[in-house]
Write a protein that binds this ligand. Structure first.
Ligand code: NG6
Ligand code: CA
Length: 506
């Protein structure tokens, strides 16, 4: 039985919050791209200095079982914003840079939930959920986009650093676009006269290892081709500074009202191009150096909160959209220079994988006015953000609004050791975690990705792991516990069909 739910409109909220209650916190959601469970010091990493990320963990609550909904970017972000697992909808896999928006304007989203509660909302950084509703005119109005699904302000890159167009979009327009140099983008037949990685490899400063051999922008070849936009192109080495500057500006402008700021960092996604001041800061090459850069960004944001006296009543949440990967398409030394560093910590697999390394990610929350520092083993997923932050802001959601999202607020606040009982994890195929048990559906496909070298979690038979005694998923117990395998497969089938709801009595 689901609990009785009802929708409260913004105007009613003020009446619900007793006058004596602490004011609603500001929310700063920092979201790294491909940062692994073992990459930062807070999770035991010793090879990459991450003092600012570690500060959040030290002053807040660090989760050991915090999940991204999927092992790649687009489906994770889709779930985070909508509270619906991406695998329920077609077309929610990794999107090209010219894809149409995959979130229906007007639907309830994490930012629109904050808007309803009277917050000012903003996004800075990676989007990767598509823009527009058909063919995008990069020289005109680009809509719908973030502004149509809940954000008041938006400064984004459309997709990823390794995909064209290599430009920023502010609101509905490409930043710095010159009408005399119109932008065209294609993921099909090549457009424009830019040299390509394939045709002119001598022009590259970073060689692709798989794919990524089309238009060369800033000395790096990308996925897709583009033409025009000369003055609007980003410089990869300045991107972290650029996003940080935009985010700091948002905080300064909105310091006196409740705000929700989503800072979606590009690092440590490929292409990994640190600003010169971070080059060589680790022995791991660009991948280590851009994690130091990401940590610097986090430090700037925390320092801004300190300077604006916002620290005590701002809930800072830091996580990552999927697990780590070394060679993700550029020969940048990530594999060769890894040394003893373990990007996924003790977990197996990484980005793209159904093993834990694909989706279990750094996940930490700091809110000095309310959350006691510590460590939580509660199972929580980013798909829970809509329901959880609706609860925090005194709103109840209709079940259809964020169907897979669960209110795990007591766990997030450290008031309960329990989060979810179970969670669905998406790699190439699905897995179900229920308490200590992890079940991975049988799947065809290679065990290890030829290009990235990641163990994907594919196996023609069922897999069952006891994460409590075997967090590295080394012993498949499916044959030892056939009943449990059957039960978990049925449970997962029911969740997929929609007639079983996670968290309902088993
Ligand atoms: C893959 C790309 C990879 C990365 C990924 C998206 C190739 C060979 N690989 O298709 O480099 O861009 O998509 O990453 O092109 S994500 O973090 O945004 O999901
Ligand atoms: Ca990612």
């Amino acid at each position: 039985m689901s609990p009785i739910r009802f929708v409260i409109h913004a105007a009613a909220i003020a009446c619900l919050v007793p006058a004596t209650a602490a004011p609603l916190p500001n929310i700063l959601l920092i979201y790294a791209d491909d940062l692994g469970y073992g990459d930062c010091g807070a999770y035991g990493g010793t090879h990459i200095p991450t003092p600012n990320i570690d500060r959040i963990a030290r002053e807040g609550l660090r989760f050991t079982n915090g999940y991204a909904a999927a092992a790649t970017c687009t489906p994770s972000r889709y779930a985070l914003f909508t509270g619906e697992y991406a695998w329920r909808q077609e077309g929610t896999g990794i999107l090209p840079g010219d894809a149409r928006l995959i979130i229906r304007p007007g639907r309830t989203t994490l930012p629109s939930i904050f808007q309803r509660a009277g917050y000012r909302t903003g996004i800075v950084g990676k989007w990767h959920l598509g823009l527009g509703s058909g063919k995008i005119d990069w020289n005109g109005e680009i809509r719908p986009g973030p502004l149509e699904v809940g954000f008041d302000e938006s400064f984004i890159m459309a997709a990823t650093g390794d995909r064209v167009p290599c430009v920023y979009v502010r609101g509905h327009r490409v930043e710095g676009q010159d009408p005399a140099d119109p932008i065209t983008v294609s993921y099909g037949k090549p457009v424009g006269n830019l040299p390509t990685g394939k045709g002119n490899p001598e022009l590259l400063r970073m060689r692709p290892s798989h794919g990524h051999d089309m238009s060369i922008v800033n000395g790096i070849s990308r996925i897709g081709t583009m033409d025009g936009g000369g003055g609007a192109m980003w410089k990869d080495e300045e991107m972290a500074d650029r996003f940080t500057q935009e985010a700091v500006g948002f905080l300064e402008r909105n310091a006196t009202k409740p705000f929700f700021l989503h800072v979606a960092l590009h690092d440590p996604h490929v292409p990994r191009v640190p600003h010169p001041r971070f080059v060589g800061r680790t022995k791991l090459g660009p991948r280590g150096d851009v994690i130091v850069q990401a940590d610097w960004c986090v430090g700037e944001l925390l320092a801004t909160l300190d300077r604006l006296s916002l620290t005590a009543n701002t809930l800072v949440l830091l996580s990552s959209d999927n697990g780590p990967v070394l060679d993700d398409g550029y020969a940048d030394g990530a594999v060769e220079k890894l040394g003893g560093h373990r990007p996924a910590g003790s977990l197996r697999g990484g980005k793209y994988s159904k093993f834990e390394g694909g989706t279990r990610v750094p996940f930490m929350v700091r809110w000095p006015a309310r959350i006691k520092p510590g460590v939580s083993d509660a199972i929580v997923s980013q798909v829970d953000f809509p329901a959880t932050f609706a609860a925090l802001t005194g709103q109840a959601l209709d079940p259809a609004e964020a169907p897979d999202s669960r209110d795990v607020l007591p766990a997030i606040l450290g008031e309960s050791p329990a989060g979810r009982q179970e969670v669905v994890l998406q790699g190439n195929g699905l897995a179900l975690r229920a308490g200590r048990w992890k079940y991975i559906m049988p799947a065809k496909g290679p065990k290890t990705s030829v290009s990235t070298g990641t163990e994907l979690g594919n196996d023609p038979g069922p897999q069952l792991y006891d994460l409590e005694s075997d967090s590295g998923e080394t012993r498949n117990l499916a044959e030892v516990h056939p009943g449990r395998v059957r039960e978990m497969q049925e449970r997962l089938d029911g969740i997929r069909r929609g007639d079983v709801h996670e968290g309902d009595d088993r």
